[in-house]
Design a protein around this ligand. Structure first.
Ligand code: NI
Length: 174
């Protein structure tokens, strides 16, 4: 397994629509494992392939709390089949928008269809934190960041700060 560099916003690679994988083969399984390792190392609860510069519809998650047994999830080509009319508001963050958090309102429960790491077609019902996290990661596959759910003013404020932080990290030209 390998740690992959995580792209931070603003970056055009976070705005693309990722392509479905034709099947979950050894290459996709390897990507899933590398993404999980990268996510755990970054202390995240979800990661989508575009965040590691792969334009594939692959996401990984683990919403187990500290001290609980890990519950890694690996999904390819996830599709939301149903969402509840009831909303839930969570304080969201993102490994691609480090140190920024905001309240985002989304459906409280969803049903998702996906291919698992054995290329089996499966369905999953999710609510609470898992439902929020799945929707956040699936958004990434369509180039949508959590800040895109905020007002223009709040989004602009966060993206400007990130752009500034990025310039601060740029290597000094020799
Ligand atoms: Ni994210």
């Amino acid at each position: 397994m390998a740690l992959l560099p995580i792209i931070t916003a603003p970056d055009p690679r976070l705005k693309i629509k990722a392509r479905p994988v034709p099947a979950v083969d050894a290459k996709v399984r390897r990507l899933m494992d590398d993404m999980l390792e990268t996510m755990y190392a970054a202390i995240g609860i979800g990661l989508a392939a575009p965040q590691v510069a792969q334009a594939s519809r692959v996401i990984v998650l683990d919403v187990a709390r500290d001290g609980e047994k890990p519950q890694p999830l690996k999904l390819a080509n996830p599709e939301i089949l149903w969402h509840s009319p009831e909303p839930i508001t969570c304080n969201e963050g993102c490994l691609s928008l480090p140190e920024h958090y905001a309240e985002v309102t989304r459906p409280a429960a969803i049903r998702v269809r996906y291919l698992d790491d054995q290329n089996e077609l499966r369905e999953m019902d999710a609510s609470g934190l898992l439902a929020t996290c799945l929707q956040h990661e699936i958004d990434h596959l369509d180039g949508i960041l959590f800040v895109d759910h905020l007002s223009l003013v709040k989004r602009g404020m966060i993206l400007r700060k990130l752009a500034k932080a990025k310039r601060g990290r740029a290597p000094v030209p020799a």
